[in-house]
Ligand binder design. Structure first.
Ligand code: COA
Length: 407
């Protein structure tokens, strides 16, 4: 490591809301308000005051949802939290990479000596996204009104790009990752989540902060666990129809459309020590990448390789791997590439990837997911008594983000 110990950057607190189902009570809560919950919790847990924050970077990429509250969701969230108006904040969109990009920009600010204590946030409420009616402002002279659903196909079709599910499915097949393998991965991720949940690994007070929804009558509704996980079988999964014109992707091997928020608080080790805070993990590398838009399931592998290069570590040194399940294709294709064509190594890498389940079970509120996999990696390394781990995520049109943690 080129940096002296005391200059190291450590995560001291990390929290997320439960991730929702499509038809959830959370679907009515603005992503800004979901963010306020995690932003407050992540500092209050460790006794850091808002005025101590130098920078908040906030990822969110379902623009039409936040457009219901105009824009600058992070600025609004920080003010709604009752925090000092002087805190610097930025909202950014790097598709599903966004909340790790938010972390990376904070890491960069700390390294540049421009900040000491930073927060990264990811917040999204996909089910709340409204339909869009373009052209209405000019009026309709004659004929039908066209209404669009930007959630449908989750692609960039308006500009001629393919739906992500199509690219993911086609490229997976080119890598010899079949529909059956993708269904088997989905089945396993549901099973792993169920086991981890039963073992108390998704508990309130650690990764999870509950969402409390007041009701007109009676007690408030408390959402304190992920809503989407479900048990399933290969037989059921194999019968589901493919979606969005993809050759392999179905509702079973894709993540559900979700609402949720995540937040991570990080600082120099020196600051953490001065405050008497116990680090959750040390950030060894945090990088961003991009490649050909169609190569979406490949990019986590490329990004992990690049991040490993920065640290001089190899993939074999990683005790745990998180690769976001944008679809089952992503962890499968990327671990296959990282295994360099070695079948046994591919299996071994799969064993340590998403050990407690992934987005297919949990849900994927796109801007918030990168923060979730990062904190889950840190908490699971903690439970195992330490080690190295890498978390990586792909984002729209083949962008990548990865972070390497040491506990
Ligand atoms: C895949 C997708 C279109 C499915 O949407 P949907 O049709 O509303 O999903 P549903 O939950 O209703 O599932 C459809 C069917 O599959 C079944 N199903 C879904 N998951 C299942 C599972 N794990 N096991 C068994 N059955 C399952 C449902 O029961 C439902 O069956 P029904 O029609 O008989 O009721 C939607 O979740 C989606 O777009 N996901 C991808 C999100 C995405 O692209 N994220 C970004 C990646 S970069």
């Amino acid at each position: 490591m080129s940096h002296h110990d005391k200059d190291e950057i450590v995560i001291v607190s990390a929290v997320r809301t439960p991730f929702s189902r499509f038809d959830s009570a959370m679907a009515d809560i603005a992503s800004i308000d979901l963010a306020v919950i995690v932003m407050k919790e992540v500092i209050e847990r460790v006794g850091v005051k808002p005025e101590e924050l130098d920078e908040i970077n906030y990822g969110s990429c379902v623009m039409a949802e936040m457009a219901l509250e105009t824009d600058i969701p992070v600025r609004q969230a920080a003010l709604l939290a009752g925090w000092p108006p002087e805190i610097l904040s930025v909202t950014l969109d790097r598709a599903c990479c966004s909340s790790l990009t938010a972390l990376r920009l904070g890491v960069r600010a700390i390294r540049a000596g421009e900040a000491e204590i930073c927060m990264s946030v990811g917040s999204e409420n996909m089910p709340r996204m409204p339909h869009l009616v373009p052209g209405l402002r000019k009026g309709v002279r004659l004929g039908h009104i066209r209404m669009l659903d930007g959630l449908f196909e989750l692609g960039y079709g308006a500009k001629g790009f393919a739906p992500v599910a199509v690219d993911a499915g086609e490229v997976a097949l080119e890598y010899g990752v079949t529909r059956e393998m993708q269904d088997a991965w989905a089945c396993q991720t549901q099973e792993r989540y169920a086991q981890a949940f039963a073992a108390g690994k998704y508990k309130v007070g650690e990764e999870i902060v509950p969402v409390v929804i007041p009701r007109k009558k009676g007690e408030p509704l408390i959402i304190d666990r992920d809503e989407a996980p479900r048990r399933t079988t290969m037989e059921i999964l194999s019968k589901l129809r493919t979606v969005y014109g993809s050759p392999t992707v179905t509702a079973g091997n894709a993540p559900p459309i979700s609402a949720g928020s995540s937040a991570i608080l990080f600082m120099t080790r020196q600051q953490a020590e001065a405050k008497g805070l116990k680090p959750l993990a040390t950030i060894l590398a945090s990088i961003g990448t991009a490649t050909k838009p169609r190569d979406i399931p490949v990019i986590p592998a490329l990004t992990i390789r690049e991040a490993l290069k920065r640290t001089g570590l190899t993939i074999d040194r990683m005790d745990l791997i998180e690769i976001n399940e944008a679809f089952a294709a992503m962890p499968l294709v990327s671990t296959k590439i990282l295994a360099d064509g070695d079948e046994a190594k591919w299996k071994a890498l799969q064993e340590k990837t998403n050990v407690n389940g992934g987005a297919i079970a949990i849900g994927h509120p796109v801007g918030a997911s990168a923060g979730r996999i990062t904190m889950h990696l840190a908490y699971e390394l903690q439970r195992r008594g330490g080690g190295y781990g890498v978390a990586s995520i792909c984002g729209g049109l083949a962008q990548g983000e990865a972070v390497i943690l040491k506990v």
